[in-house]
Design a protein around this ligand. Structure first.
Ligand SMILES: Cc1cc2nc3c(=O)[nH]c(=O)nc-3n(C[C@H](O)[C@H](O)[C@H](O)COP(=O)(O)O)c2cc1C
Length: 174
């Protein structure tokens, strides 16, 4: 049973990284078991035989609950995130319940998580029961939007996630 955070930001330890941790913790009441920060893998992502990339793929495809986070760049998710996800096998996220999360500087792109990132995760076989979550980089730590999202997403995620303990934790927290 594992809760994993995947961060597709070219900058390491970013606000996107922090927001993803916050979402995982708010949902489950504990820290994620593993965080894959793609910035730390850098050019190794071009080498499918790199052992660190292979380990990251195992962590992500083996997650019960996976928070997939990207900053909004040019109205979409980052190329870095797509590069990593393109390396997954077809249906590689089967059995994974995923949460699409995007951080941005402006509400103008607030549907990007729902309209762009969510379909990518569904294509990879993930179960994505909740609305894609978009948060502003300026107020994600105390966001009314996050509170509203948690309220609607919690029962949806608790009902679908593999791993009874995680499901119970999601349902109980909040
Ligand atoms: C190259 C680049 C492109 C960006 N494009 C957008 C955009 O199209 N829409 C938007 O809302 N924010 C945009 N931003 C702002 C970032 O989404 C925002 O600063 C980011 O979420 C901050 O997260 P970070 O601290 O994790 O990098 C852009 C930022 C950069 C650096």
């Amino acid at each position: 049973m594992s809760v994993v955070v995947l961060v597709g930001n070219p900058r390491p330890q970013s606000r996107t990284h922090q927001a993803a941790q916050l979402v995982a913790e708010s949902l489950t009441g504990r820290q994620a078991d593993r965080t894959v920060d793609l910035a730390e893998l850098g050019a190794a992502l071009f080498d499918p035989d790199d052992p660190r990339v292979a380990e990251a793929v195992r962590a992500v495809t083996g997650a019960d609950l996976l928070v997939v986070a990207s900053p909004t760049y040019k109205a979409g998710y980052t190329g870095l995130l797509k590069l990593f996800l393109d390396g997954l096998p077809s249906g590689g996220l089967a059995g994974v319940t995923a949460v699409p999360l995007m951080l941005g500087g402006h509400w103008r792109h607030s549907l990007a998580a729902e309209l762009l990132l969510k379909p990518l995760l569904v294509e990879l076989g993930a179960t994505v029961p909740s609305r894609g979550l978009f948060l502003l980089d300026s107020d994600y730590t105390a966001s009314e939007e996050l509170e509203k999202w948690l309220k609607s997403a919690r029962p949806q995620l608790a009902a679908t996630v593999n791993g009874e303990a995680i499901g119970q934790a999601i349902g109980a927290v909040g």
